[in-house]
Design a protein around this ligand. Structure first.
Ligand code: HEC
Ligand code: HEC
Length: 276
């Protein structure tokens, strides 16, 4: 097994932790970057960074810091955007490796695609509204307010990973692999799920905390989420799962597993949010 593959097995708990350590080391001061309930203060060791006490402390919400905060929220949403998150999924569980992997619903071409017309909403939506859509559906939560610090951070992060910051060349948009439109058989899907998925996501679909995200049950995405559509689920898993053998399921197997997983119980979409 290659090093890169092994790395994928590290419980994802390590990844945000590691990111925090790297960021602290790089910035040279204690970790004050997370947006949380506590008010933010200037880094305690500003003078070590070569700033004399007479100078005003650098703004805590510099663009670079906002981007780092956004990545933290993206990688551990239930922790850093808790009031608006109704399950245990982080954005990075679906938008894999912090939204950077082709065919794993990457967000590297996203910032320049908005505002745009949304079929689902029936009107033009801003990037903030599209993020709110994933909060009320995929995260089974509440709309993150458009001008909250957390939203500003997520938007800054999505701009930072935009493959085409100058917008002169639109980035290649590769959200999901193309699969033929088939019909899944949930009975076959169940056998495949037990053989190929249950070791990590568990036979009851609920995963293992901080290691393997749930694919159904009360802590998963709701029935209004993109993943609750078999076509999207099948395309996403065909290219990404099982995580140690990606791109090995046939199209029919992917549809069968989609039919099984999406026939299992999960939270109901809150109709009060149907404008998202
Ligand atoms: C359960 C899986 C899942 C989770 C968790 C999730 N998303 Fe998504 N997201 C999707 C899927 C699938 C799509 C695209 C398909 C669709 O729904 O049209 C999408 C689309 C998007 C888009 C639009 C992309 C584009 O280029 O148009 C944005 C922005 C987005 N998500 C942001 C987020 C953010 C931010 C979070 C965390 C707060 C998040 N998502 C959590 C599954 C998820
Ligand atoms: C070896 C462990 C492992 C196996 C086996 C595995 N997964 Fe995953 N799966 C993960 C991890 C870890 C993630 C989070 C994404 C990441 O870390 O890149 C994930 C994410 C997902 C997600 C998106 C997040 C969510 O919970 O909705 C779905 C859907 C999913 N897997 C379905 C499957 C299906 C279906 C199979 C079987 C075909 C499968 N997985 C097999 C480890 C596994």
């Amino acid at each position: 097994m290659s090093k890169a593959r092994l790395w994928l097995f590290l419980p994802r708990l390590f990844l945000p932790g590691l990111a925090v350590l790297v960021l602290c080391a790089a910035a040279g001061f204690g970790f004050t970057g997370v947006i949380h309930a506590a008010p933010q203060s200037a880094p305690p060791s500003a003078s070590r960074a070569g700033i004399s006490p007479a100078q005003p402390a650098p703004a805590v919400t510099s663009q670079a810091q906002l981007v780092r905060q956004g990545k933290l929220i993206f990688d551990d949403t239930p922790r850093y955007a808790a009031p608006w998150t109704g399950n245990v999924l982080a954005c990075t569980d679906c938008h894999r490796l912090s939204g950077t992997v082709p065919y794993a619903t990457p967000l590297t071409a996203t910032a320049s695609r908005y505002p745009r017309f949304s079929q689902r909403a029936g009107h033009v939506v801003t990037l903030e509204q599209r993020i709110q859509e994933c909060f009320v559906r995929s995260e089974n939560g509440k709309p993150l307010p458009a001008n909250s610090p957390q939203m500003n951070a997520l938007v800054a992060y999505l701009h930072s990973i935009s493959a085409s910051p100058d917008k002169s060349k639109p980035a290649e948009y590769l959200p999901l692999v193309a699969l033929p439109a088939l019909t899944g058989d949930p009975a076959r899907g169940k056998d495949l799920y037990i053989a190929q998925c249950a070791a990590c996501h568990q036979a009851n679909g609920e995963g293992r905390p901080l290691a393997y995200p749930p694919v159904w049950g009360p802590t998963s995405y709701n029935d209004g989420a993109g993943m609750s559509h078999n076509a999207k689920f099948a395309a996403w898993i065909q290219y990404n799962m099982p995580i140690q053998r990606p791109n090995t399921l046939t199209a029919q197997q992917a549809w069968d597993i989609a039919a099984y997983v999406n026939s299992q119980p999960r939270p109901k979409f809150n109709e009060a949010y149907k404008t998202y």
